[in-house]
Ligand binder design. Structure first.
Ligand SMILES: [Zn+2]
Length: 278
């Protein structure tokens, strides 16, 4: 029985795309393996919500809930650029996005005009507003001459109620908005495959390696947890992280995760390709 694993990378900041993605492209090339990138075309932050939270929770560098703070992940300079300039992400990086496609990976869409505003507000958006946001992202796919995406992931798993209708209208067929241990993908009657992230750290909403590392796991412990979850039931697996974190700080461990997957008989592939077998 063929088994499949998708390594999913969510591109949430300009640094993820400029610094993390090129490393990941090289790494996956070494294994002739394919993956799925979900790109935010618009901006990362909303300054007013960022400041509100910072004043509420402080500017501490400590880990909360098994994540690293932006300052410890991006470093001070990158964080300041991110906050002051808040540059658009995919909208201004045609070349790197085309490289992803030229390497045979999948490029899916991750939200709309602003990652944070989607996270905070999308659950209250009506279909018209969701459509506007998605059309903003699709506009850049066309402008950059990238193939029309078929996979979508909402920022921070915030899947609005009307998303299914909107995605089908725009030709998407895969939605990756759930995280759940042991759950397998399910094609709905309506034709949209819901593909869960099912290889999870202790906080499923955080990247697998980032979460376990922030909780103090050693590399050996992270890899043995990964192996244990690959051995669990179900022939479809998906694990996620962010390119800037894993593509730079955890390069070694990611290589080992790919090797373990291959050794255990998994085909390392994109959601687009895997969805053909569901
Ligand atoms: Zn995201």
């Amino acid at each position: 029985m063929e088994k499949y694993i998708c390594f999913r990378f969510d591109i949430d900041t300009h640094i993820c795309l400029q610094k993390g993605v090129p490393n990941l492209l090289k790494l996956f090339e070494n294994y002739n393996a394919k993956c799925t990138f979900f790109v935010s075309m618009g901006r990362s932050f909303d300054r007013s919500s960022f400041l509100k939270e910072k004043f509420k929770y402080g500017f501490s560098n400590k880990t909360t809930q098994g994540t690293f703070s932006m300052f410890s992940k991006l470093g001070v300079t990158n964080s300041i650029v991110a906050l002051l300039l808040n540059p658009k992400i995919g909208a201004i990086q045609k070349k790197i996005l085309q490289d992803i496609i030229n390497h045979g990976h999948e490029l899916g869409l991750h939200g709309g005009k602003n990652h944070t505003l989607w996270e905070k507000n999308a659950k209250n958006w009506n279909e018209e507003k969701i459509l506007q946001e998605i059309d903003y992202g699709l506009g850049y796919f066309r402008q950059h001459q990238l193939p029309q995406p078929i996979s979508f992931a909402s920022p921070c798993w915030q899947s609005p109620l009307g998303i299914g209708n909107v995605l089908r209208q725009r030709g998407f067929s895969v939605l990756a908005d759930e995280y759940f241990t042991g759950k397998q993908p399910n094609p709905e009657v309506s034709g949209l495959i819901h593909f869960p992230t099912n290889v999870l750290g202790q906080h499923g909403n955080v990247g697998f390696v980032e979460n376990l590392r922030a909780l103090g796991y050693s590399s050996e412990e992270i890899l043995s947890e990964f192996e244990r979850q690959l051995d669990s039931e179900g022939k479809y697996k998906m694990v996620f992280d962010h390119p800037f974190y894993i593509g730079i700080k955890e390069f070694e461990i990611l290589s080992k995760m790919i090797e373990i997957s291959i050794k255990k008989g998994y085909k390392v592939d994109s959601l687009h390709n895997i969805s053909k077998y569901i």
